[in-house]
Design a protein around this ligand. Structure first.
Ligand code: NAD
Ligand code: MG
Length: 360
């Protein structure tokens, strides 16, 4: 049995992970955690011995000593659990991209010391991981991450004036929690994923490209130096990458159907509109600048998205808040967790004040 700690158990990824675990003869939930939602029924139905609502998740991890940590917490709050697993060499199935974006350098150093597996749950990164596995990095020409383009693909900046919370939460291809759904509408999600890919695969930013692919069937493509490309395809269903990470390297069966070519399958790709969706270009610049710029990008985006969801900030000003924050911070590298947490707090403070100034 593999004993899995499911962090963020009440969320979109957490619930799908529990479905995978319940159906598997070799997986068992040993701990469940959420931020503020009660775990009563979820825990009772499975007699999970360790549960926690809110607080420091590392206490729960210490008590439950899992074989795998599935980190499906949303936001920077997932960082302690990411570092806990990497430092100890406990397999980390990582959905919480924000922790790797904010603390990439510290996380990689912890993985180096811990020597364990870091398995991406994000669909594009799971796909890229599978295309890259067993291949030398010098044979890779570039990695292509696909983006659905979100609900506002094809619209102009002016058309996005007055976009509501409900408009932004209507994602065309994926059912997800509210924060990542807004990130998909602004393309900040793809920005975070660009930085996530840089840290996961050790590729420089100029070797990572983003392309819009509206149906989300191709999850990632790796171009190799000989002109060949490998792609990973499947209907958009997070149970596939969740199951892959939890059962790695077994690739257990899932209830998800394979592609049906008889129905006809057209694959379309187009370049992202960086003018209408500036958060993608801002992420690339933050990533290339290094230091704590990615941390500040993530912090400012979390603040701005929360303000948008609370009705305090217009949709189009999310990018403005992030851009002003990146201008204001010094981006100095963080030598340790304390310095990183300080950079995160500083960026949040700047972002709050930028958001306050932008309120109409
Ligand atoms: P969600 O909002 O549905 O769920 C978030 C979960 O995190 C909830 O269980 C919540 O209680 C918990 N949580 C929040 N703050 C917490 C805290 N301080 N301590 C402990 N738990 C806390 O979000 P989601 O869509 O499941 O996404 C989770 C993560 O997975 C995000 O980082 C997201 O970017 C990533 N991800 C999600 C999808 C998807 O399809 N939903 C795809 C790829 C990556
Ligand atoms: Mg993704």
């Amino acid at each position: 049995m593999k004993r899995v700690a499911v962090l963020g158990a009440t969320g979109s990824i957490g619930r799908q992970a529990l479905e995978i675990i319940d159906a598997s003869p070799v997986l068992e939930a040993c701990a469940l955690a959420s931020g503020s939602n009660e775990l009563g029924e979820l825990a009772a139905a499975r007699s999970v011995p360790h549960t926690q609502v809110g607080g420091d998740l590392t206490t729960l991890l210490d008590e439950s000593s899992p074989d795998v940590v599935l980190n499906a917490v949303v936001g920077f709050a997932g960082l302690p659990a990411t570092l806990w697993a990497l430092e100890r060499g406990v397999t980390l199935a990582l959905a919480n991209k924000e922790s790797l974006v904010a603390a990439g350098g510290l996380a990689l150093a912890a993985r180096e010391r811990g020597g364990g597996l870091l398995l991406p749950v994000d669909s594009e990164h799971s796909a890229a991981f599978q295309c890259l596995e067993g291949r030398a990095l010098e044979t890779v020409h570039s990695l292509v991450l696909t983006a659905s383009g979100g609900p506002f693909r094809g619209q102009t900046h002016d058309q996005l004036e007055g976009v509501t919370r409900a408009d932004a939460l209507a994602h065309p291809t994926w059912q997800m929690g509210p924060k990542i759904t807004v990130d998909s509408a602004t393309l900040a999600n793809k920005g975070l994923e660009l930085i996530e890919a840089h840290f996961l695969f050790g590729l420089p930013y100029e070797q990572i490209e983003v392309v819009v692919h509206p149906t989300s069937v191709v999850h990632a493509i790796v171009r190799f130096r000989d002109g060949a490309s490998l792609a990973h395809l499947g209907y958009p269903d997070m149970r596939v990458p969740i199951s892959y990470a939890l059962t790695y390297p077994e690739r257990a069966g899932t209830p998800v159907e394979g592609l049906d070519f008889a129905e006809g399958l057209t694959l379309e790709f187009e370049p992202p509109d960086l003018e209408t969706f500036p958060l993608l270009a801002l992420a690339r610049r933050a990533g290339e600048s290094g230091g704590t710029y990615p941390c500040a990008y993530n912090a400012a985006n979390e603040v701005a998205v929360a303000a948008f969801l609370a009705g305090r900030l217009p949709f189009l000003d999310i990018a403005g808040v992030v851009s002003e924050t990146l201008e204001a911070v010094d981006g100095a590298p963080a030598g340790d967790l304390e310095e990183l947490v300080h950079a995160d707090s500083e960026a949040r403070r700047r972002a709050e004040s930028a958001a306050g100034a932008l309120v109409p």
